[in-house]
Design a protein around this ligand. Structure first.
Ligand SMILES: [Zn+2]
Length: 319
């Protein structure tokens, strides 16, 4: 009997330590490709129950340390993700890559920086400039309003501290990375990161699965389509990790989002050519996009995206 009780107590203690998010379940890192591990976050928009955790933090285990890509959306979630990283390996975290300026991807730098004050945090120079110039504060406001879980994330924000331009290479203990910056796609601050040893590409939010993000004023739907079409023409790497949703092989990861964006652009172009407003083609676009209706926030995003694509087509026509 004593033995059973101690087993139960042990299991209870263990489950207390798991990273649990109510109805979204528990989250751990999975080994996906060679020495690359990913924790697939919930795909729902930030809310109180997901605590502002919604992205795909990744870890690359190298000889003497760990490299993290997009550690998560705030300091508190970052501490829980750090505890899960330590279940993968107790090696120190030596570097972080941030894919872009949106706080749901990089605010958790703070939890890692607290434990490893000398960690190198890489990002595109546009990201460093924009987050310091007000974007971090703006995202703090958005995420705090939606999740009430931003305490400890600011004062000061854990900004990236090393800039990487398009085509730059980084080597950490024999792990080789090369980064690409599509000028304007999901934002104008994106880095797509290739881990050459494992042939893995981190796409950032240039690809999402199961949800739609916002296309803000720094983004380009047409630019995003161009980037993805270019990736489809190149020789496929072994593995692709989107900013949100399941990772996997190239076409499985890229095709759904690319199809969505191309369909939105097609209907926006039709509206523009026919002298209609973007919202007037929404019913037809929604019909063609039926396969995406279960993706989170489908209904309100389609209208926004049609309007954004319409605007881009109009601007291009003016030039
Ligand atoms: Zn984003």
């Amino acid at each position: 009997m004593k033995k059973i009780i101690s087993v139960v107590l042990f299991l209870a203690a263990f489950s207390l330590q798991a990273f649990e998010l109510g109805k979204y379940g528990s989250f751990t890192f999975q080994k996906v490709n060679g020495n690359v591990y990913v924790m697939h976050g919930p795909v729902m928009e930030p809310n109180v129950e997901n605590e502002g955790f919604m992205n795909n933090p990744a870890v690359i285990v190298e000889k003497n340390g760990l490299i993290v890509v997009d550690p998560g959306g705030n300091y508190n979630v970052g501490k829980k993700i750090l505890a899960e990283i330590e279940k993968v390996s107790k090696k120190p975290i030596v570097a972080i890559f941030d894919t872009h300026k949106h706080g749901d991807h990089w605010f958790a730098n703070k939890a890692i920086l607290e434990k490893y004050p000398h960690v190198k945090i890489y990002a595109h120079p546009n990201m460093i400039k924009e987050v310091k110039g007000g974007e971090a504060r703006k995202w703090y406001g958005i995420l705090n309003r939606l999740t009430k879980n931003l305490k400890g994330t600011d004062n000061a924000f854990a900004y990236p501290n090393h800039a990487l331009k398009d085509g730059e290479r980084v080597e950490v203990d024999g792990e080789k990375f090369v980064v690409y910056h599509p000028k304007r796609a999901h934002t104008d601050t994106d880095l797509m990161i290739v881990h050459q040893n494992s042939q893995t590409m981190f796409l950032g939010d240039n690809v999402m699965r199961g949800r739609f993000g916002n296309f803000d004023e720094s983004s380009s739907i047409l630019g995003n389509i161009t980037v993805l079409e270019k990736l489809k023409k190149e020789k496929a790497l072994r593995y692709y990790i989107p900013g949100h949703g399941m990772s996997g092989q190239r076409d499985a990861v890229i095709d759904p989002f690319l199809t969505y964006l191309k369909t939105v652009a097609k209907w926006a172009k039709k509206a523009y050519d026919d002298d209609l407003e973007a919202f007037e083609v929404k019913p037809q676009a929604v019909k063609e996009l039926k396969a995406f209706q279960n993706w989170d926030a489908f209904d309100h995003r389609v209208g926004q995206h049609l309007a954004k694509a319409y605007n881009e087509i109009m601007m291009a026509d003016d030039e």
